[in-house]
Design a protein around this ligand. Sequence first.
Ligand code: X2X
Length: 342
Amino acid sequence: MSSYSRRAFLHTLGAASMAAAGTSIFPSVVAAQTAQYKLKYANNLALSHPLNVRAKEAADAIKKETGGRVELQIFPNGQMGTDTDMLSQVRSGAIDFLTQGGVVLSTLVPVSAINGIGFAFRDYSQVWAAMDGDLGRHIRTEISKVGLVAMEKPWDNGFRHLTSSVKPVQSPADLKGLKIRVPVSPLWTSMFKALDASPTSVNFSEAYSALQTKVVDAEENPLALIETGRFYEVQKYCSMTGHIWDGFWFLGNARSWSALPPDLQAIVAKHLNAAAMAERADIAALSTSLIGKLESHGMVFNKPDIQPFRAALQKAGFYDQWRKKYGEQAWALLETYTQKFA
Ligand code: X2X
């Protein structure tokens, strides 16, 4: 992964120096380089992930429609640091935008993890009804209280599945003592502890090496990330649990956002939200088409019955505990879109 990011970086440098060399010959290149608003956008995903592919399309469309006044500069692949670092940077204004999972953002905005309650959503129709509806609106309001602006449409990360280098997970008993990497988030740790596993919080940029060096034996992520993050190189089994759905909020620093005149804000928001919709379709397609590809890389798939996992969480008091933490109002919003937990 690191040689990949170095290549991407060199490629970027190459493009920049070519543009610089061309400036005296092509004055239009100079114009393109002097955007009035240069907005730095960082994320933790590989360049090949649909999120970066669609973000690049949005950046091009924004540049075009604003006549070069707004330039969205993309820093993918954790180039700006770990998830925790990037969250501080977007709050301080060192970067202007960040896409971050709601469940990770919860270290700052607790309710943003509520969509990650284990086995809450049955399918995407429930997910998008909730996230584009009242639940998403409630979370965005809470996000706005910490100096951040969330674009209206969350992007998809996906339904998460378990991977392991030691054995397939077929029932809750297989999780007992399993050393599993989870993102830095209280909800995740709590859920895997309730399932009797042994979770360790690791930022995404360090997850691959934690698996490679066997600090942990397992991790969990949507298929698009298992593929673009090359986890199949260090993981053998993939158990299709779909235990958590999480998406990415497109977060802006509130000061950077309000520095943009309203007409430019409208253009930026329009293209980012449209890109989110396109990215959702990409992920939905990949969530089935990638199985064959990952099998060809040697991964072995199984599909456990999820009822015993849900029952184990219930029995461990997981749902009751988080219902109390989020409060009745937020919990009721979640249950408007999912089946009831009690
Ligand atoms: O860290 C992860 O596993 C990731 C990339 O899926 C999130 O951002 C939650």
